[in-house]
Design a protein around this ligand. Structure first.
Ligand code: MLT
Ligand code: MN
Ligand code: ZN
Length: 292
């Protein structure tokens, strides 16, 4: 299996367009919004999440270049981990395609037919097929299993349900034996997640915030309070942090994604960046390719 981290920033990207904080104005390497591409054979590809930056991400990725026919694309479908705008707005950028398939948890599909009606809108541009995903599925030869994470739903939704709004995906390639877990939104460390990680080759996980109080201590003024904003994303450090859990599995490859513009590890010369590398995790840049 091949995987490409098309984007590694949280909603808003890095730098964020309306932010003049020291981080966003330091000239640090830019990052586009969280999105992954996976493929069994390197010729047909599936996106996990469709970021608002998807057009630039496709243009920057030779594996996703159109062809061989004049209107053919190696893109076969999209799997969604949730209904947040940073993971779904990119579907509108794919409207030039005559056909597209989307898989998502049922609550997410309901949101995309009601509060944020992308499905009926896109159906006027092409033939879009929307599949609920609640059980394992095989795409090409890849075995894809949704892992329920939380019932955190987007701000724009008017109704909440106690069915999963957020999932992670476990992707297993029976030919190579490689297993990838993609979990860009972790509000808690789910029951059984440690065991799942133990059986994986590589885990890409939520690195939104370095610390739980980041939003209150950051120079980002005028943004929502830390408790509101940090909700839905476990921090990397501290008592609830994900980095201490990584230490228990030193042989796995762990990569942080969905990095918020407040996260000090975005600066490659920061002590926080060094602490994460020393803790056994990677901070991949956009375009990082994995062979599993
Ligand atoms: C999240 O990851 O919590 C959401 O994408 C927040 C947002 O709306 O940007
Ligand atoms: Mn997000
Ligand atoms: Zn900023």
């Amino acid at each position: 299996m091949k995987a490409i981290l098309l984007g590694t920033a949280a909603g808003g990207g890095f730098p964020q367009w309306n932010c003049a904080c020291p981080m966003c104005t330091a000239g640090l390497p830019p990052r586009t919004q969280d999105c992954l591409a996976i493929s069994a054979d390197g010729s047909s590809w599936y996106l996990i999440n469709a970021s608002p930056d998807i057009r630039a991400q496709i243009l920057a990725t030779k594996q996703l270049a159109p062809g061989p026919g004049p209107r053919e694309t190696p893109l076969r479908g999209v799997l969604l981990t949730d209904a947040e705008l940073d993971h779904t707005l990119g579907l509108t950028m794919l409207r030039e395609t005559p056909v597209m398939s989307v898989w998502a948890p049922p609550a997410v599909l309901t949101a995309l037919h009601t509060d944020f009606p992308l499905a009926p809108i896109l159906s006027r541009y092409g033939t879009w097929t929307w599949h609920p995903i609640t059980a394992p599925l095989t795409l090409d030869r890849l075995h894809i299993t949704p892992i329920p994470i939380s019932t955190k739903h987007p701000k724009y939704t008017t109704s909440s349900t106690d069915t999963p709004w957020v999932v992670a995906y476990r992707i297993h390639d029976p030919t190579t034996g490689g297993t990838l877990i993609y979990a860009p939104c972790l509000s808690t460390w789910p029951e059984g997640f440690t065991e799942l990680a133990a059986g994986a080759t590589c885990i890409i996980l939520d690195g939104t915030f370095y610390s739980a109080d980041e939003m209150s201590t950051a120079t980002h003024t005028g943004v929502p309070t830390p408790t509101q904003r940090a909700m839905g994303h476990l921090p990397i450090t501290g008592p609830t942090g994900t980095l201490p859990r990584i230490a228990a599995h030193p042989t796995k490859r762990w990569l942080y994604t969905h990095l918020n513009n407040t996260n000090p590890l975005l600066n490659p010369t920061s002590p926080e960046h060094a602490a994460v590398l020393n803790g056994g995790a990677e901070i991949p840049m956009d375009g990082t390719e994995l062979n599993l």
